[in-house]
Design a protein around this ligand. Structure first.
Ligand SMILES: [Mg+2]
Length: 323
């Protein structure tokens, strides 16, 4: 961070030439970027224990699930994250270490798969295996690739490309095509990225809704109003669940609770809702009781990664923030 911005502990700094005081936007952008990455982890951990349950099964077991309870088919500890957060962390660490290198991202995915993680989506596993065997970082277009495994890990790319839509598009598709190559997955990834970009800039929910409806205009199957109530790993169901609850609620906590209580692929709907709502409402809006349940080492690492990724974004450069 430049000395001028680093020393701006209050929210306004003086413009040396004109003497006019302007609001330094960086602290707010930064806490929104951190909100996106920590929101992902919190949503993943909140939804994990009810993954694959129906809405009525969630209600029978938990009433309304409001806390990180652990359990579920993966026998999670309360606050434990799954592949959604782990794959996003691979991307975040890669950007932090190497800038943008799809090969480095794929290599980290491969290392993660070899570590025998608790859960790996079938499409992700197939794509990573293709990389391990053939060394290719782009899978061929595949009708079976319309799962949510690429969209769930969008937060790091969105943060690192703040301020540059074309960079967002290129990096999003690069990371997606390592495991998923399908127009609906691509559209979902780009939509998540665009929503995070606008949310980090402090744009209103009405603007985010307009952007979501632009995607619906191109892909009518993504229509989320009226909400069909489906929450599967099919990226259309996932995005309908996320978008409906994002626009039908007015704070981070309620958005996440309503989203995961639908059940289905609840860790991933929670992760994506947490990514977008985290960017929109910011880090400060994430309930402390959820943050405290995350593994402390992971939580601190994600906070630092979000800060460094945001600081290397084109938006940061345009504001004079140094990595
Ligand atoms: Mg998962």
């Amino acid at each position: 961070m430049s000395p001028a911005l680093a020393s701006a502990t209050c929210e306004s700094v003086a413009d040396g030439a004109s003497g006019v005081r302007f609001r330094n936007p960086w602290p707010e952008i930064l806490q929104r970027a951190q909100g996106a990455l920590l929101g992902l982890a919190v949503g993943d951990a909140l939804g994990g224990p009810v993954e694959f349950l129906t809405r009525s099964e969630v209600r029978a077991r938990h009433g309304e699930l409001c806390d990180m309870v652990g359990g579920g088919w993966l026998a999670l500890r309360a606050g434990q994250v799954t592949d959604d957060t782990q794959m996003a962390a691979c991307i975040a660490r890669s950007i932090d270490a190497s800038g943008w290198s799809p090969t480095d991202v794929a290599e980290r995915f491969a290392g993660w798969l070899k570590s025998r993680p608790l859960d790996v989506g079938a499409t992700c596993r197939r794509g990573i295996r293709r990389y391990i065997v053939h060394g290719t970082v782009h899978g061929s277009p595949n009708p079976g690739d319309a799962g949510n495994g690429a969209a769930m890990r969008m937060a790091p790319v969105a943060i690192a490309t703040l301020g540059d839509d074309s960079l967002l598009e290129r990096w999003s598709l690069d990371q997606a095509h390592i495991t998923h190559h399908h127009p609906l997955s691509d559209a979902a990834c780009l939509l998540v990225g665009r929503l995070v970009h606008r949310a980090c800039r402090g744009e209103p929910l009405s603007t985010l809704r307009r952007i979501a409806l632009e995607t619906v205009g191109r892909f009518p199957t993504m229509q989320f109003e009226p909400y069909r109530g489906q929450s599967s790993a099919y990226v259309v169901d996932t995005m309908q669940t996320v978008l409906h609850h994002l626009f039908a609620t007015t704070n981070f906590e309620t958005c996440l609770i309503r989203t995961v209580n639908v059940g289905g692929d609840a860790d991933t709907t929670g992760a994506i809702a947490g990514t977008i709502a985290g960017a929109y409402y910011g880090l400060r809006a994430i309930p402390r009781r959820w943050m405290r349940k995350l593994d402390r080492t992971l939580r601190e690492e994600l906070l630092g990664l979000a800060e460094r990724l945001a600081a290397r974004s084109p938006l940061a450069r345009s504001l004079g923030v140094e990595p």
